[in-house]
Design a protein around this ligand. Structure first.
Ligand SMILES: Nc1nc2c(c(=O)[nH]1)N[C@H]1C(S)=C(S)[C@@H](COP(=O)(O)O)O[C@H]1N2
Ligand SMILES: [Mo]
Length: 537
């Protein structure tokens, strides 16, 4: 076989492989939409990749799984799959049936991944297996229709040598070159057909799934229950109103989102329940209606992600509505030797919170409302936890369905298994928000402003340093409470040239924010936020 012929055969194999995989993936997505949304072969593989992320990805992993990273992950999986598909097609042409075997193996891998999901149903393996089998049958059919090599010279062939009365086949009067053209067109037609079916099946699946988003419709029809206890009105002086400064309450639409869920869990409140069990005298289960019948209290609490780097934006402040978890635990009666509550989400995520933080006088709540609305789906609808003073990964379980009272020595939560600390009290931090840009500031009177926080401890002051000079006290806005961040500002007469701005907070207990840099792993970053800025004349 010449080099040109080898390339041609390779190309044909690759086309067959890619078309077969698009066909199979489409069948899989459609089957998943019908059977169970979580079992999409794509989502199953993506979720498994998230859970089994290798150590080098761990470092920033909690911060990584924001919204954009999930899209990037899916695109990445698609690209890898297409490359594997092309390779398998080439393999199938050279060494049948090994290309088909590759597809079956990928399908099995997807099925295993789907079955390992916490929300896996009995049928979760079916879509991936259908996808694998579908792709392999398509590959087999396409390769069987691969165009024959073009003959070097049509004239060298003797038409009479062809069996002139082969059953079902008219005596060949066309030249071999024309035959090749017909072959090629037929192959491309079949390949195109496979791709078209795959694309239509994918679109069909997506449409079905969108229709099945009935949970969103259910959510839209619900109204937030009236609070038994309202939060005190937020003082006007809590908001400095400086352009570019983060607003003291973060709107839901711009609230940071961090979780490991590739597909946002769709939980119908009617199906929701919370099981409180483990080392308790009185195990019980709470339904949505039972929860709403309990007194719901408003509170304002700032949530922070342990992956928030110094100066980062994985922090937000909201008005929550929920029932105190300490009341539920009082009803459950933990035994004396318990020291931890493992909260579990419907998708298998777990967080380990100190029993004490959920039973002391702080506002640890089972929240149903966020900023006057029901929880948005991506923030945990219908029910999540909010605990002042603890990073989200050890406390803020969204789509929460279980509270298991236990001991730290008996279990490790999701991120603890991945190298993060088992406990995560929030560290004292502060951030410069304005001046925002590192370029473009004009010399003259301006303002430096930002936010500072150490939830449940509180902030008593913020200091700012310009060009390594003396630390100068900034003015604090009124803090909503010790459980929230506080805005701060300081006037600055900016002179032309390059400047270095720093800020540090002082806690309510007198602790000065350390300048020692610590990475986000294993229990949160420390260090001063610095801003380099060029001021123009
Ligand atoms: N079910 C579930 N809950 C979760 C997580 C998760 O991955 N799954 N991530 C936690 C982390 S690390 C953080 S910082 C907060 C973020 O909450 P938000 O997305 O509402 O801002 O949710 C927590 N709750
Ligand atoms: Mo987090």
């Amino acid at each position: 076989m010449g080099a040109a012929e080898r390339t041609r055969r390779g190309l044909v194999g690759a086309i067959a492989g890619v078309a077969a995989v698009i066909f199979g993936a489409g069948i899989g997505e459609l089957a998943a939409a019908i059977l169970s949304p979580g079992s999409s072969p794509f989502a199953a593989i993506g979720s498994a990749l998230i859970d089994f992320a290798p150590p080098w990805a761990k470092e920033t992993a909690i911060g990584l799984f924001g919204t954009n990273d999930k899209a990037a992950l899916l695109v990445g999986i698609a690209i890898v799959l297409l490359i594997v598909a092309g390779g398998a097609g080439i393999l199938e042409q050279r060494l049948p049936p090994w290309g088909r075997v590759v597809f079956i193996l990928v399908g099995i891998a997807g099925a295993v991944a789907a079955l390992t999901r916490a929300d896996a149903g009995l049928l979760s393996w079916i879509p991936s297996i259908l996808a694998g089998v579908g792709a392999s049958v398509a590959l087999w059919m396409l390769v069987a229709r691969a165009p024959a090599p073009a003959a070097p010279a049509p004239a060298s062939r003797d038409a009479a040598a062809e069996p002139s009365s082969a059953p079902g086949r008219a005596p060949s009067r066309v030249s071999r070159a024309d035959d090749a053209g017909v072959d090629r067109r037929r192959f491309l037609l079949w390949s195109g057909g496979a791709v078209a079916i795959g694309v239509f099946a994918t679109i069909g699946g997506a449409t079905l799934r969108a229709g099945a988003r009935s949970v969103e419709a259910i959510r839209a029809k619900l109204t937030l229950p009236t609070p038994a206890a309202q939060a005190p009105a937020i003082p006007a002086s809590a908001e400095l109103g400086i352009p570019g400064l983060s607003s003291v309450v973060t709107p839901n639409a711009s609230f940071y989102r961090i979780d490991t869920a590739l597909i946002v869990p769709q939980v119908d409140p009617a199906d929701w329940s919370l099981r409180v069990y483990g080392m308790v005298e009185n195990e019980f289960t709470l339904t949505w209606d039972e929860l709403l019948a309990l007194p719901l209290e408003e509170s304002v609490t700032t949530l922070t992600c342990v992956s928030n780097a110094v100066g980062g934006d994985l922090i937000g402040n909201a008005l929550w509505l929920g029932h105190p978890i300490r009341a539920l635990l009082a009803r459950a009666k933990p035994t004396a030797d318990a020291d931890m509550v493992l909260s579990r989400s419907i998708d298998g995520f777990t967080a380990s919170s100190p029993l004490e933080a959920l039973t002391d006088d702080r506002n640890a709540i089972l929240a149903v409302g966020m900023n006057g609305d029901l929880l948005p789906a991506e923030h945990g609808f219908p029910v999540r936890m909010v605990v002042p003073g603890l990073y989200g990964y050890v406390s803020a379980t969204k789509w929460v369905t279980e509270l298991q009272v236990m001991r730290y020595t008996d279990a490790a939560a999701y991120w603890t298994q991945r190298g993060w600390s088992e406990r995560g009290p929030i560290k004292l931090e502060s951030r410069i928000d304005v001046p925002r840009k590192s370029q473009g500031l004009k010399a003259g009177d301006t303002v430096i402003a930002g936010v500072a926080w150490q939830q449940h401890v509180g902030v008593s002051g913020v200091e700012v340093q310009i060009d390594e000079g003396d630390w100068m006290p900034a003015t604090l806005a009124t803090a909503i409470s010790d459980d929230t961040w506080v805005q701060w500002s300081i006037p600055w007469t900016a002179t032309a040239g390059d400047h270095l701005l720093r800020c540090r907070a002082i806690s309510a207990t007198g602790e000065v924010q350390t300048g020692t840099l610590a990475d986000v792993v294993p229990d949160g970053a420390t260090g001063w936020n610095e801003r380099f800025i060029t001021v123009f004349a």
